[in-house]
Design a protein around this ligand. Structure first.
Ligand code: UDP
Length: 147
């Protein structure tokens, strides 16, 4: 079973969209493994955005993600990485289709509300950056057979 790291960014928390965004992943049938409201440290932000280090928007990304609390989550499901990125929508808000989280709620690209891992390797690195192993809950979802 695959896992992904999802983060509702400071704009999503400030705009009061946590509940509605979380509902989309619940509606899809994924299993919530862990969740917490946290303020990202400078060190965590640099690890999280390591692939963008050196680009002109890197410092802006770090400042934004550390500017207020984020809602940090781990979700589990078949193909959850690709499917959650479909639910999230394209990075550039102008390309994000209606029906996706960004397409429905975001209006400016850097303020695109939510992050989702793009590969199993990124997911493992990102989960370890934000959660201790004991924070990842082990439980059965009895409805799984129906999804
Ligand atoms: N970003 C941006 N301009 C770009 C590319 C990325 O402002 O040209 C920001 C945007 O907030 C994005 C984040 O950097 O969500 C991380 O970029 P990534 O390529 O990982 O996009 P994502 O996986 O979030 O869609």
């Amino acid at each position: 079973m695959e896992r992904t790291y999802l983060m509702i960014k400071p704009d999503g928390v400030q705009r009061g969209l946590v509940g509605r965004i979380v509902a989309r992943f619940e509606d899809k049938g994924f299993k919530l493994v862990a969740a917490k409201l946290v303020t990202v440290t400078e060190e965590q932000a640099k690890v999280h955005y390591a692939e963008h280090e050196g680009k002109d928007f890197f410092q802006e990304l770090v400042s934004f993600i550390t500017s207020g609390p984020v809602f940090s989550m781990v979700w589990e499901g078949d193909d959850v990485i690709a499917l959650s990125r479909l639910l999230i929508g394209k990075t550039k808000v102008a390309e994000a289709l209606p029906g996706t989280i960004r397409g429905d709620f975001a209006s400016h690209t850097p303020l695109n509300l939510i992050h989702g891992s793009d590969s199993p390797e990124s997911a493992a690195r990102e989960i370890a950056n934000f959660f201790a192993p004991e924070e990842l809950n082990k439980y059965n979802k009895d409805i799984a057979a129906w999804i």
